[in-house]
Design a protein around this ligand. Structure first.
Ligand SMILES: Cc1cc2nc3c(=O)[nH]c(=O)nc-3n(C[C@H](O)[C@H](O)[C@H](O)COP(=O)(O)OP(=O)(O)OC[C@H]3O[C@@H](n4cnc5c(N)ncnc54)[C@H](O)[C@@H]3O)c2cc1C
Length: 458
C-alpha cells in the first residue's frame, strides 16, 4: 500500500515577504508522487512551489495544497553530442551551473539569482542579461515532462503533438501542470570567467544609446541610479560581457580555467528596522556606487558567479526591507516607448523612491508562449519598500502609463496589480485559458496570484 505523503501546514510568502497565506505543504520526490498529490488536492486546489524566489503570491495557495518541488532532484544528464542537459525540475540553477561549468558548459539563460529551480524558471520563462541576444529560457527548452490534473505525466516539446501544452506551461506560472523534468540546450564555454566591459553613463539617453548599439556582447545590463535628478536622471553603470576564453585569462587562472566557486557571504541581519532604507541612505549608497564604478574599463576578467549573481553574495537580503517587505515593479515597454520609460523613471525619482536596485535591460525576440513576459524593448526592474507611503497610487499610475504605451508587467514579480490590467497587458490570456481548461478541467491548479488576477475560473 502506498504511504500518504507527509503534510505540514506552513505560512508562505514570496521573496517580497508580503501577503503571507497558510497552506498544507507536501514534498513529492517523484513524478508519480506529484500526480498523487494533484489527485488528492482538495477543494482549495494545489500549486507547485520551487525556491520561493518569485516576489509575490505565485507559489502560494491560501487554504490549499502547495507542492514543494525542491524534492524533485536526482542525476543531471549531460549529452555533449547533442549539447543538451536533462535535469529534474527541482534542480536549482546554481546546481546546474556548478555541474555544467566544471565540464565546460553553461546554462543558456540564468536569472539574477542561482537560487531558483528549473521548474520555477520554466513557469516564469525567465530571462537573463542575454535576452537581447538569446531570448528567454523557453527558446532553449527541448522538452518538458509535465504532470497534469486531467491525468498522467506527459512529455511535450515545442513542436508537434503537445506543443500547445508546452508553450502554455512556459511562462504559465504553474497553472497548466507540474513540471517534473526538462531538457534544454547548453552552451560550450572554455572558462568559468567573464570578460567584462564597464561604462559609466551620464544619463538615461546615454544608457539607451549604448545598449541600442550592436556591440556584439551577448550579456548586457545597466544599473540605474533612480535618485539622481535633472540631467543626471537615469545615469548608470552599464556592464557588457562575453564568456572569457582561456587566452583572455591571466596566466595563474589558465591552469584551471573552469574552476568555479559560487559567491557566499554572510546573511543579512535577521530583521532591519523599517526606515533604515530611505531616500537619504539609498541616495548615499547610489552616489558611492556610481562614483566607485570605472568611467570606462575594458576586458576585465571576472568570475561568472560574481557577474551573473552578485546579489547572492548576501543571503536573505530581502530582510533589509524590514517586516513589511518589498515590492518589485518590473515591466517591459516596446522600442519606441522610451518617453514612457523616462516618465516612469522621473516619477520614481520625483517620489524619492529609495531603490538601490534598479536594473535596465534591452529585450530581444520573444517566444510563442501566451503568458511569457519578455517582448522586444526595454525592461526596468525596481525594488521598493512595500511600506513606502503612497506606493499603491504611484504604481497604479505607472500601470496606466504602461497600458497606454503597450507595455506589460512581469507576473513573477507582481504582488499588487489587478485582473483588468493583466487582461489588457496579456491579450493571449484567453488562448492560454483554453489550453489550461483542457488539461485541468476541474480547476485543480490555482495560486493566490491566479485568484487575485483572475487567471483561472473562480
Ligand atoms: C534576486 C532575484 C533576482 C531575479 N532575477 C531574475 C531575472 O534576472 N530574470 C527573471 O526572469 N527572473 C528573475 N527573478 C525571478 C525568478 O527567476 C522567478 O520568480 C522564478 O520563477 C523563481 O523560481 P523558484 O524556483 O523560486 O519558483 P517559485 O518562486 O517558488 O515559483 C514561481 C512560479 O513557478 C511555479 N513553479 C515552481 N515550480 C514549478 C514546477 N516544478 N512546475 C510548474 N510550475 C512550477 C510556481 O507555481 C510559481 O507560479 C529573480 C528573483 C530574485 C529573488
Amino acid at each position: 500500500m502506498k504511504r500518504r505523503q507527509r503534510e505540514r501546514t506552513l505560512l508562505l510568502t514570496g521573496w517580497g515577504r508580503t501577503a503571507p497565506t497558510a497552506a498544507r505543504v507536501v514534498r513529492p520526490r517523484t513524478a508519480e508522487q506529484v500526480a498523487e498529490a494533484l489527485a488528492a488536492a482538495g477543494p482549495r486546489g494545489a500549486i507547485a512551489r520551487g525556491l520561493g524566489r518569485s516576489y509575490g503570491d505565485a507559489a502560494q495557495a491560501a487554504g490549499g495544497l502547495v507542492l514543494d518541488c525542491t524534492g524533485l532532484t536526482g542525476p543531471i544528464r549531460l549529452d555533449t553530442e547533442r549539447g543538451e542537459v536533462t535535469a529534474p525540475a527541482g534542480t536549482s540553477t546554481g546546481r546546474l551551473i556548478d555541474h555544467l561549468l566544471e565540464r565546460g558548459w553553461f546554462v543558456p539563460v540564468t536569472p539574477g539569482t542561482r537560487h531558483v529551480t528549473l521548474g520555477g524558471a520554466i513557469a516564469a520563462d525567465v530571462h537573463g542579461k542575454n535576452h537581447h541576444a538569446d531570448s528567454s529560457l523557453g527558446a532553449h527548452l527541448r522538452s518538458l515532462t509535465v504532470a497534469v490534473p486531467a491525468g498522467g505525466v506527459r512529455r511535450v516539446g515545442p513542436d508537434g503533438d503537445g506543443a500547445d501544452l508546452f508553450w502554455a506551461t512556459v511562462g504559465g506560472m504553474g497553472l497548466t501542470g507540474v513540471v517534473t523534468e526538462a531538457t534544454l540546450s547548453v552552451l560550450p564555454v572554455e572558462t568559468a570567467h567573464m570578460k567584462v566591459d564597464t561604462d559609466r553613463t551620464a544619463s538615461l539617453e546615454r544608457s539607451l544609446e549604448l545598449m541600442s548599439a550592436d556591440s556584439g556582447h551577448p550579456y548586457s545590463v545597466c544599473w540605474v541610479d533612480l535618485l539622481a535628478k535633472g540631467a543626471a536622471m537615469g545615469r548608470g553603470v552599464l556592464t557588457r560581457a562575453h564568456h572569457a576564453r582561456v587566452a583572455d585569462l591571466p596566466p595563474p587562472l589558465r591552469r584551471a580555467p573552469l574552476r568555479h566557486r559560487a559567491a557566499a557571504l554572510p546573511a543579512a541581519p535577521p530583521e532591519m528596522p523599517f526606515g533604515l532604507l530611505n531616500r537619504w541612505s539609498v541616495g548615499a549608497f547610489n552616489t558611492a556606487y556610481f562614483s566607485a564604478a570605472p568611467r570606462r574599463r575594458r576586458s576585465e576578467v571576472r568570475p561568472a558567479a560574481s557577474f551573473f549573481h552578485p546579489l547572492d553574495a548576501v543571503r536573505n537580503w530581502n530582510r533589509l526591507y524590514g517586516p513589511r517587505g518589498l515590492v518589485q515593479y518590473q515591466f517591459v515597454l516596446p522600442l519606441g516607448a522610451e518617453d514612457t520609460l523616462a516618465a516612469v523613471m522621473e516619477g520614481l525619482s520625483r517620489a524619492g523612491a529609495p531603490s538601490f536596485l534598479a536594473v535596465l535591460k534591452r529585450m530581444g525576440e520573444s517566444v510563442p508562449a501566451p503568458l511569457s513576459f519578455p517582448r522586444p524593448g526595454w525592461t526596468l526592474a525596481v525594488d521598493l519598500p512595500a511600506g513606502l507611503p503612497g506606493l499603491g497610487p504611484l504604481l497604479r499610475g505607472f500601470d496606466e502609463m504602461l497600458l497606454a504605451a503597450g507595455g506589460r508587467l512581469y507576473l513573477a514579480k507582481d504582488s499588487r496589480t489587478d485582473a483588468a490590467t493583466v487582461r489588457a497587458m496579456y491579450p493571449e490570456l484567453p488562448a492560454w485559458q483554453r489550453v489550461r481548461e483542457r488539461v485541468d478541467p476541474d480547476g485543480v491548479l490555482v495560486s493566490d496570484l491566479a485568484r487575485r488576477l483572475e487567471l483561472v475560473r473562480p
